[in-house]
Write a protein that binds this ligand. Structure first.
Ligand SMILES: Nc1ncnc2c1ncn2[C@@H]1O[C@H](COP(=O)(O)OP(=O)(O)OP(=O)(O)O)[C@@H](O)[C@H]1O
Length: 358
């Protein structure tokens, strides 16, 4: 990454017909960064990419790439002059062209063969140049689509849920591979997805989108541990949200006083991620008795649900992740916490003071 703004989007507004879709969206992607826009279905992710690519008009706002204006609602650079690559969900290869012809499509004749060879090597498809798309697996087809998008050396690559149609194992393998390929190529890229694991595995920076706006953009680590509100907390994974009063830089909760990630000085709700809840057989200082209500083995760990003692000011359900052998469903344990609690805005306290599941 260069620290220079590659793509800059300011106060972008857009609609489909009379329905507003983007409502004042701001987003900055540094040159050379792999960014991800994470949001639920229908929040406007594809519309955003299509505006940047030049397939849909902005109504208001500004989109610039390396300082070059692309669209401000009045002036629009045509898609073919933007130097932006676009990989849609299904790859959209030309079925009648070979892999090499797909990758070389639109490249200047001079140097085309060399560039196609280079791209085949980059995406690990040496030896498949003469095949047609129907002779490739889904993962290989997506790699060809990526090679085709990178071949003209775009200043920015847009990936619209390119792994969605693949099975889970291939999706995991391919997204890691694609991220590595893009880093090798020094590309600036934006991936849109509603899959949090994809976002966390892929991106240097994640922008969480809701209702046509970016609500928070930061590193994956910062978003996971310091979300701006309950909805961002929920977008990044499961969270236990506990009522809390703040005093002397601590959050006073049913688990006693907990250190805070930051001192807002306001009462409200604090978040603990599931790995911050620990189970013990014996009670300890500030532990809370709870009954195990569900347990799910996930290979790398167990996800355990609890009903805490109803006399405490706690949600009806808490969630922990543990590597240790879990207690049986129905057994009584004691819960304690580990690490700092993260304060969330007090708004909607009663609605949010519950466990949220991704
Ligand atoms: N061509 C269209 N005409 C009218 N409305 C549309 C059109 N395309 C999208 N929309 C609407 O705009 C909103 C945003 O759609 P968009 O495809 O950008 O969302 P998304 O976040 O990419 O969703 P998904 O993750 O399901 O692909 C939705 O309410 C959708 O129904």
């Amino acid at each position: 990454m260069t620290g220079q703004p590659g793509l800059l989007i300011e106060q972008l507004e857009a609609a489909h017909g009379r329905s507003p879709v983007l409502t004042g969206l701001d987003l900055t992607v540094e040159d050379g960064a792999l960014a991800c826009v994470l949001g639920p279905s229908g929040c406007g992710k594809s519309t955003l990419l299509r505006i940047v690519a030049g397939f849909h008009p902005a109504a208001r706002g500004r989109v610039t790439l390396r300082g070059r204006l692309l669209d401000d609602g009045r002036t629009r650079v045509p898609a073919e002059r933007r130097r932006i690559g676009y990989v849609p969900q299904d790859g959209a290869l030309f079925p009648h062209l070979t892999v090499a012809a797909n990758i070389g499509f639109g490249l200047p004749r001079d140097g085309r063969r060399e560039r196609v060879g280079e791209m085949l090597g980059l995406v690990g498809l040496d030896g498949l140049a003469d095949r047609h798309p129907h002779q490739l697996s889904g993962g290989q087809q997506q790699r060809v689509a990526l090679a085709r998008a990178l071949a003209p050396r775009p200043q920015l690559l847009l990936l619209d849920e390119p792994f969605a149609a693949l099975d889970a194992a291939l999706r995991t393998e391919l997204r890691t591979e694609v991220a590595a390929t893009l880093r090798r190529a020094g590309a600036t890229a934006i991936l849109v997805t509603h899959d949090v694991d994809e976002a966390l595995a892929f991106a240097d920076a994640i922008a969480v989108m809701r209702d046509g706006r970016i609500v928070q953009a930061d590193t994956p680590h910062a978003l996971y541990h310091r979300p701006a509100d309950a909805s961002v907390a929920r977008a990044l994974g499961e969270a236990n949200l506990l009522p809390a009063k703040q005093a002397d830089g601590y959050a006073v909760t049913a688990f006693g006083p907990l250190p805070l990630t930051s001192d807002t000085g306001q009462d409200g709700v604090v978040m603990l991620r599931p790995h911050q809840l620990r189970m013990t057989c014996e009670p300890g200082p500030h532990s809370v008795p709870a009954r195990v209500t569900a347990c799910l083995f996930r290979g790398h760990d167990h996800r355990v649900e609890f009903a805490p003692d109803p006399g405490r000011d706690l949600p009806e359900r808490l969630v922990a992740y543990t590597d240790a052998p879990p207690p049986a469903v129905g057994s009584e344990v004691h819960l304690r916490t580990q690490g700092p609690a993260h304060p969330l805005p007090a708004a909607g306290r009663s609605a949010e003071a519950e466990t949220v599941a991704s």
